[in-house]
Design a protein around this ligand. Structure first.
Ligand code: PMP
Length: 290
């Protein structure tokens, strides 16, 4: 009996302080996080040999691990060094970086004390293009309540909802889902934050207290503020979307992506594209050294 290996993305993976060949980087079927979720991870991008906001991502990784009850043997600085070494060892200058921390095999019980924690860093070559024609559909399920789980922890738990939402969107002929928070306010997309531009050229975005306050989101807010563009973090109802003239998503992976339409159930909102998003994409390129 053999087990599936996914498509090879790089030669080496860093695990718990050493490099393993791609083919050897396997985990056991009793791995706790496979059964009970709760692994935490990051998505980072390297541009021209530098990881954009490496420190912020690494700090968030440790924050997420602690929030999910895991202790990490490595410091932020050690993980940052290991990240750069993994990129160099694989000869990747432009790529995607995926550090992940998970609970080791621990029998089959949901809980036992002192379960070991593992950490790995996976890298893959990648050079994204900006997208501008994203079509969203309202997700069937809402995000978890911040009363149920730390929404600033980038844990696999959240991605169970993101996965079914994205799957539903693609099966319905859309690119991605618009997700609402547990109170029914606009939150984000499956793996990215959302912004709108009003008719008065004010930029509005949901308050990040029920979803991940993305590192890209924070960068965009400060970039817009430096340009003296009025940015407001507000509660957004689905019907407010009909008043906006433009919309874009932000995230490490998709960077900045223009949204063309949002299917909100009874009605669809079509955005008349302004050059706002394209201008922002150009500035983002300079910021990340793309
Ligand atoms: N929300 C979710 C659910 C995400 O998975 C991501 C990607 N990490 C984001 C927002 C954007 O976060 P960032 O800008 O830090 O990549």
């Amino acid at each position: 009996m053999t087990f599936e290996l996914t498509q090879k993305l790089s030669e080496y993976i860093w695990i718990n302080g050493e490099f393993l060949a791609w083919e050897d980087a396997k985990i056991h079927i009793t791995t706790h996080s496979l059964h009970y979720g709760g692994s935490v991870f990051e998505g980072e991008r390297a541009y021209n040999g530098e990881v954009f906001k490496l420190k912020e991502h690494t700090q968030r990784l440790i924050y997420s691990a602690n929030a999910m009850g895991m202790e990490v043997e490595f410091t932020v600085d050690q993980i940052m060094v290991a990240t750069m070494e993994t990129l160099h060892k694989n000869n990747i200058r432009d790529g995607y970086v995926r550090p992940i921390i998970w609970r080791a095999p621990a029998g089959l019980k949901m809980f036992s004390k002192n379960i070991n924690t593992n950490i790995a860093i996976i890298v893959a070559s990648s050079k994204p293009d900006f997208k501008n024609n994203i079509r969203l559909v309202l997700a069937k399920f809402r995000k978890f309540s911040p009363l149920s789980i730390d929404v600033q922890a980038k844990s696999s738990v959240h991605y169970a909802v993101s996965f079914v939402s994205k799957q539903y969107a693609e099966n319905s002929g859309y690119d991605d889902a618009l997700m609402l928070d547990c109170d029914g306010f606009v939150a984000e997309s499956s793996v990215s934050n959302i912004f709108f531009v009003t008719k008065d050229d004010i930029v509005v975005t949901p308050i990040a207290d029920s979803f991940l306050n993305g590192i890209t989101r924070q960068e965009i807010i400060s970039l817009l503020a430096k340009k003296n563009i009025n940015v407001q973090e507000v509660r957004i109802k689905t019907q407010d979307i009909f008043d906006y003239k433009d919309c874009f998503l932000t995230g490490t992976s998709i960077e900045i992506a223009g949204v063309r339409e949002i299917n909100l159930g009874e009605k669809t909102k079509f955005f008349t594209h302004t050059d706002f998003v394209q201008n922002l994409q150009k500035e983002y390129s300079l910021l990340v050294n793309k």
